[in-house]
Design a protein around this ligand. Structure first.
Ligand code: MF3
Ligand code: CO
Ligand code: CO
Length: 260
């Protein structure tokens, strides 16, 4: 069941998504060699609580963090831990905030210090593909058009698409219909309508597309151990096109010329 949101509900979605975006802006201040992923998680949790939000991932199906932590080969759903970030790592931080009954969902993959140019290019392409997907999110087109835009952009540059995980509808619940895959054919899937709110989130690999789930039941990593990148925005379809409700501007302000 796809819930179309009213203009009033979309206003609340804007507020929740602004808070989750500012949260990753706080996280950005701490991403550096020597910092544990627990520390990043604590920063995010405290910021959300101080601002009247609820860290929606914490306790969701038993998930133990405010942030999903995605270091190097981790694709999604890694736990915060005492792992200490190292120069050359990339780290995705994926966060969901509930605020006034609505959810905001965003993810950013940060380089830690100097990162191999090949890996930086994976990150750049993944982020660009997110915007290609968003451009294809137009009333009257279909979810498959978003999926195909992402797939085409990434595969034509030699990267592979994780197929087991998808974007999704979002609203009062973190995960609503429809699923928004990052691969597929144009013209298939549900029709995009005004009032739809979607989390679009390409997960793109440098090596093969295959993934495995660790014995913790959550941590999803590439099978070949090569890096994976992940960026996510929440959008609302308004007046025929996608308005991006999250923003990476707070991250950019912090990172300055280190922003990729
Ligand atoms: N933020 C993830 C997504 O983009 C979901 C997190 S799962 C949780 O859909 F268990 F951590 F909440
Ligand atoms: Co997310
Ligand atoms: Co999501």
């Amino acid at each position: 069941m796809i819930y179309l949101k009213t203009p009033e509900e979309i206003q609340l979605m804007r507020e929740a998504n602004n808070l989750v975006s500012r949260t990753l802006g706080e996280v950005a201040k701490w991403v550096a060699p020597g910092v544990t992923t627990h520390k990043l998680d604590a920063i995010a949790r405290e910021f959300i609580l101080d601002n009247g939000g609820r860290p929606a991932c914490l306790g969701y199906g038993g998930f133990p963090g405010t942030l999903c932590i995605e270091v190097n080969e981790v694709v999604v759903h890694g736990f915060p831990s005492n792992y200490t970030l190292r120069e050359g790592d990339i780290i995705g931080t994926d966060c969901v905030v509930e605020y006034k009954g609505f959810n905001g969902d965003t993810c950013y993959t940060f380089p830690v210090g100097e990162v191999d140019e090949k890996v930086l290019n994976l990150c750049r392409t993944t982020k660009e593909s997110l915007y290609k997907g968003i451009e294809a999110c137009v009333e009257g087109k279909r979810i498959g058009d978003i999926a195909n835009a992402i797939q085409t952009y990434c595969e034509s540059r030699g990267y592979t698409i994780v197929r087991e995980m998808c974007g999704h509808g979002i609203g009062k619940k973190m995960h609503e219909d429809p699923e928004v895959p990052n691969y597929g054919r144009r013209g298939i899937g549900p029709v995009i309508k005004n009032g739809m709110c979607l989390a679009i989130e390409p997960m793109i690999n440098l090596g093969s597309r295959n993934v495995k789930i660790a014995s913790d039941g959550w941590t999803c990593s590439t099978k070949d151990g090569k890096p994976s990148a992940h960026y996510e925005h929440t959008v609302a379809v308004i007046n025929g096109k996608a308005e991006i409700l999250t923003t990476f501007d707070y991250i950019q302000e912090v990172l300055g010329d280190r922003f990729i």
